[in-house]
Design a protein around this ligand. Structure first.
Ligand SMILES: Nc1ncnc2c1ncn2[C@@H]1O[C@H](COP(=O)(O)OP(=O)(O)OP(=O)(O)O)[C@@H](O)[C@H]1O
Ligand SMILES: [Mg+2]
Length: 305
């Protein structure tokens, strides 16, 4: 029989347990996570790239001592790869062996669609019994095709999968489901209706600083403040692709690797490729725009002190 891990008893405890795994959640996100756990509803996280959507599933699994089962979505993803598949090669072998030992056709046919020949993919695995219900991460659902969404809706509404040749598998306790989307297309309302929805935005400066302090603890406070202010400034520009948290963290690590103690125009220009990944954006920011941003940060720091 599967046991429920001790779930957080409040929004504050949810925040603390995420923080314990180095995930800094603001109150609205902690509320969404708390409610998803409490009401046993999937958590639907939509938002900008690199803002911690995938990470929340990993961190939740760690915090609850649960297995993380990940389904990465992409165009063409189908039931065979998402839910289950029959092992045709082993079935063929079984037929040959059966024929060689003169078993009856009926006997061979009856044995072919048993669990021995079933390959469980992430959705089915998440519904099978576990000591602790697993965390099922359905990552980047917007990349999958709409028919897959319809199938998913069926699975999520009853937490069961019907395998016509065999049986219906029903989860003894629903898994903890986290769905993410980068909103390259709208996900169908029917799927969202089943979920607790939360839009994950870029963090404000205070939260981004806290994240940097946890993820790049070797960075001096002054440098961490500067780099966060710079990235926050970049996000106010009209760029093709704004830097996410992954880029801020990576930049912090890059600056440390270069023994940089404080931002200067040359270092910013030289390392801008860690933050911006499009040539047009780089051309736009490198040089005078970067220098202007740096100046406004230094002026702000001077005013604050
Ligand atoms: N709130 C947070 N606290 C701590 N670390 C965070 C937080 N949010 C994001 N991160 C870190 O930022 C990085 C990017 O997070 P993640 O991969 O989850 O983003 P994502 O929203 O799934 O991005 P994408 O849309 O590109 O898949 C990870 O290394 C993660 O550790
Ligand atoms: Mg992701």
């Amino acid at each position: 029989m599967s046991a429920r891990p001790r779930l957080p008893a409040s929004i504050e405890e949810t925040r603390e347990r995420l923080l314990h795994e180095s995930y800094v959640a603001d109150r609205p996100l902690a509320t969404a996570v708390f409610l998803a756990l409490k009401l046993e509803r999937p958590l639907f996280l939509e938002g900008q790239p690199g803002t911690g959507k995938t990470e929340i599933a990993k961190v939740l699994a760690q915090a609850l001592g649960a297995e993380l089962i990940r389904l990465q979505c992409y165009e063409g993803l189908d039931v065979n790869l998402a839910a289950y598949e029959w092992n045709y090669a082993r079935q063929m072998l079984e037929i040959r062996l059966g024929e060689a030992s003169h078993e009856s056709r009926e006997h061979i046919a009856a044995s072919l669609f048993s669990e021995r020949f079933l390959i469980a993919r992430p959705l089915l695995r998440a519904l099978q019994p576990h000591a602790v219900p697993p965390v099922l991460l359905i990552d980047e659902l917007d990349r999958a095709d709409e028919p897959f969404e319809a199938y998913l809706l069926e699975v999520l509404s009853d937490f069961q999968i019907t395998i016509p040749e065999l049986t219906t598998v029903r989860a003894p306790r629903p898994p903890i489901v986290v769905i993410t989307s980068n909103r390259t297309r709208e996900i169908h309302d029917a799927v969202k209706r089943h979920c607790i929805y939360h839009w994950v935005d870029y963090p404000d400066a205070a939260r981004e600083l806290e994240i940097i302090q946890r993820k790049v603890p070797q960075a001096r406070q002054a440098l961490a403040r500067e780099l966060v202010a710079f990235v926050q400034g970049l996000r106010t520009l009209e760029l093709y692709k704004l830097p996410g948290l992954s880029e801020t963290i990576e930049w912090g690590r890059a600056l440390l690797a270069l023994d940089c103690m404080s931002l200067d125009p040359q270092t910013v220009d030289d390392t801008l490729g860690v933050l911006l990944k499009y040539q047009d954006d780089l051309v736009r920011v490198r040089g005078s725009e970067a220098a202007r941003l740096l100046e406004s940060i230094t002026a702000g720091t001077a005013k604050a002190s």
